[in-house]
Design a protein around this ligand. Structure first.
Ligand code: CP3
Length: 363
């Protein structure tokens, strides 16, 4: 039951040698795939997809049917957690996520409670279990959550934002209130990820999408500290297997050493980071995941292959690299380019390990 046909991804996260560099793509199930759009139309909305374990399973498997990816990721959203706290998540047409009741008043903040993941997010746990059964040991399943700070951004702003003025005003005027939200979020995220692990997630990733918007000292106090609290509360083993964790702060390149020190197994890199320098800075403490610019996938197949090889050269063949994009895949990505990317990463990284990577194809 627990035997995996392909455990390359988990081995790479634990910095064990692998025959090739495994890859998966952030948002690999999504709107660039016509079959996703078809299922979403049938479901009626994105949130209905998330709420239905069988439809969530269907879309989780779609990219794996097309491409030889080395991991599946639970189809859901980071904002299900604040929704379970009662904030009322909805998606306005073409405008991204919104909350009916954003957190602005002190009494609302003091009333926040940690949701029981099996009760208020039971549909996510059902999806995790159903996806695990459907994968039947082919590749590992990644569970995920937003970081306490990134969730707080949406909870206080009530939507996405380009300046984060509400949450940052709270940070500077009422840091006690923001700390209270973050404390509740850290407990909620820990419980939520542990429930995903108990339900079958074989690795977990924490998306700190907006940590990079913080000022230098504020990052440490308002994001990193709570990431550390979550990571130290995670179940490290389930069913006799290690469950590795990945922490990704977008825009966090300057804090890599600090992120690598919080106890996670791997650190995600966005495309602004030089992989060779990143490796030199974190040493062999953690695996690294990343970091192709997602916009490369909008260019020609030849450019996709060339840029993928450059990323692999920059990381080198040493153990501890999981190939990914530096952020989520664009909905404008031609699906054929993803096939070129997957095949290039697998073939070229095999050659790197045998010392033949420099030779151009056909030479
Ligand atoms: O990686 C995967 O394939 C798993 C699924 C996944 C989704 N969202 C599906 C989704 C994951 C891991 C997320 C995480 C998520 N959600 C993050 C962190 C990662 C990141 O991208 O920075 C954030 C910030 C969110 C919040 C969110 N959800 C936003 C801002 C949006 C709208 C943006 C957009 O692309 O439209 C969503 C909606 C969303 N989440 C979609 C998908 C496939 C598109 C919804 C649709 O079908 O219309």
């Amino acid at each position: 039951m627990n035997r995996l046909h392909n455990d390359t991804f988990l081995r790479a996260l634990l910095r064990q040698p692998t025959d090739y560099t495994p890859l998966w793509l952030m948002r690999q199930a999504g709107r660039y795939l016509p079959e996703y759009n078809e299922t979403r139309a049938r479901a009626g909305s994105f949130l209905k997809l998330c709420h239905s374990p069988s439809l969530a399973t269907e879309v989780t498997l779609q990219p794996l049917a097309r491409y030889d990816l080395d991991a599946a990721i639970l189809f859901s959203d980071i904002l299900t957690v604040p929704d379970a706290m009662g904030l009322g998540l909805y998606f306005a047409d073409g405008e991204g996520p919104r909350f009916e009741r954003p957190l602005r008043e002190e009494w609302e903040i003091r009333a926040l409670e940690v949701p029981d993941p099996y009760v208020h997010l039971g549909y996510v746990m059902d999806a995790v279990a159903e996806i695990r059964r459907a994968l039947a040991g082919s590749v590992p399943l990644i569970g995920f959550s937003g970081s306490p700070f990134t969730l707080a951004c949406y909870m206080v702003e009530g939507s996405g934002s380009d300046d984060f003025r509400h949450v940052k005003t709270m940070l500077y005027d009422r840091p006690d209130l923001l700390h209270h939200i973050l404390e509740v979020n850290a407990r909620a995220v820990t419980d939520y990820l542990n429930a995903q692990i108990e339900s079958g997630a074989q690795a977990v990733m924490i998306f700190d999408t907006w940590g990079g918007a913080l000022a230098h000292r504020a990052y440490r106090e308002f994001s990193l500290r709570y990431l550390e609290q979550v990571v130290s509360g995670l179940k490290r083993e389930h069913d006799g297997h290690r469950v590795p964790s990945v922490v990704f702060t977008k825009g966090g390149g300057q804090w890599l050493e600090s992120i690598a020190a919080i106890g996670c197994d791997a650190v995600g890199l966005d495309w602004t980071v030089d992989p060779a320098q990143a490796r030199a800075r974190v040493g062999d403490r953690v695996a690294l995941q990343g970091n192709l610019d997602p916009m490369v996938l909008l260019a020609s197949p030849a450019a996709v292959a060339a840029q993928a090889r450059e990323v692999l050269d920059a990381f080198g063949p040493a153990p501890g690299h999981v190939f990914n994009l530096g952020h989520g895949i664009s909905q404008r990505t031609p699906p054929e380019n993803v096939a070129v990317l997957v095949d290039t990463v697998h073939a070229y990284s095999r050659k790197q390990r045998s010392g033949n990577a420099e030779q151009p194809a056909g030479a």
